[in-house]
Design a protein around this ligand. Structure first.
Ligand SMILES: N[C@@H](CCC(=O)N[C@@H](CS)C(=O)NCC(=O)O)C(=O)O
Length: 291
């Protein structure tokens, strides 16, 4: 097949100019469209006081969000019984990521920093039943989940997915938007390091992380015992992405088939904190494997 460079080389000068300007125009129009999408979020200045405003992308098809960090943060707000209001949109935090919160006009990015901020502001401590050693283990599990497993799942969802049509159809994404997301994930994971591994290596690492969570949870009800804690929000947020909405990836039934205790854990967390789950998902709760 003729490469792009060869095709370009064979064009005459006027065609080359047209090509370059055409490309620039498409990029500019796409950037304006994305910017408009980003700003579509309702601009409200009259948010109620003492209520957390949770900025997150729209609801997910089979779990309440396609981002594990939004499921994590919303689960925390529910677990801590903090009054909150969702604002769904694409506007990122001052740190450039989603989700994020505003509290009495103060913006805060990063789900962990949001939780830390609210803990201090409102005197919340979901880990008060834990010993210092347990807190250390919970922190290690959370960091493995968010800083390692997250990137593996991102690679599987965006780069190695067997069937991208699920994402295209569910989100009405154009192929261009999907290409942009993939490009971003490739760049981020390459810099982070995990993106340099083969698919086989990525799958092996993902299984190892999930196996570790399964072995550690064992027969316990929650990550650290009978009572749920802060790290459960993170683990549940991440597992919700594999257990409920790994569609198109080729690993739809991974947890259901291989990690029954994690499947039970996911259901337990859902029952405990998401009684309105069905109203928080867009595709009606039934999940069909596309394998
Ligand atoms: N450490 C952050 C991670 C948030 C995060 O990575 N969000 C992703 C969506 S899952 C994002 O905003 N990505 C956009 C980007 O990196 O440009 C947190 O806990 O909130």
């Amino acid at each position: 097949m003729e490469s792009f460079l060869e095709t370009f080389r064979n064009l005459d000068t006027s065609q080359k100019i047209l090509y370059v300007f055409g490309g620039a125009a498409v990029t500019a129009v796409s950037l304006v469209a994305i910017r408009k999408l980003t700003l579509k979020e309702e601009k409200r200045k009259d948010y109620p006081r003492d209520t957390v405003i949770l900025h997150q992308i729209g609801r997910g098809p089979y779990a309440p969000s396609m981002t594990p960090f939004a499921v994590k943060l919303e689960t925390y707000l529910r677990m801590a019984r903090i009054p909150y209001q969702n604002v769904h949109g694409m506007r990122p935090s001052p740190k450039g990521k989603v989700p994020w919160i505003e509290y009495n006009g103060q913006p805060m990015g990063d789900s962990t920093l949001c939780i830390q901020f609210l803990n201090q502001k409102l005197g919340v401590d979901l880990n008060k039943h834990l010993s210092p050693a347990d807190k250390g283990v919970a922190q290690a599990m959370q960091v493995m989940t968010e800083e390692h497993l997250y990137w593996l799942l991102a690679l599987i969802r965006w780069i190695y997915s067997r069937d991208a049509s699920f994402i295209l159809e569910t989100f009405k994404f154009t192929k261009f938007i999907l290409w942009m997301i993939r490009r971003n994930v490739k760049k981020q994971t390459w810099n982070q390091g995990l993106g340099r591994h083969t698919e086989e290596e990525i799958v092996e690492m993902m299984n190892k992380d999930i196996q570790s969570l399964s072995d550690f949870i064992g027969r316990k009800r929650f990550l650290m015992g009978d009572e749920p804690g802060e790290a459960d929000c993170s683990v549940f947020g991440m597992l919700s992405q594999t257990y409920w909405q790994f569609n198109g990836s080729g690993y739809e039934n991974l947890i259901k088939d291989n990690y029954p205790n994690l499947a039970a854990y996911c259901e337990r967390m859902k029952d405990a904190f998401w009684p309105d789950w069905d109203q928080c998902i867009t595709h009606g709760g039934t999940r069909e494997a596309t394998k």
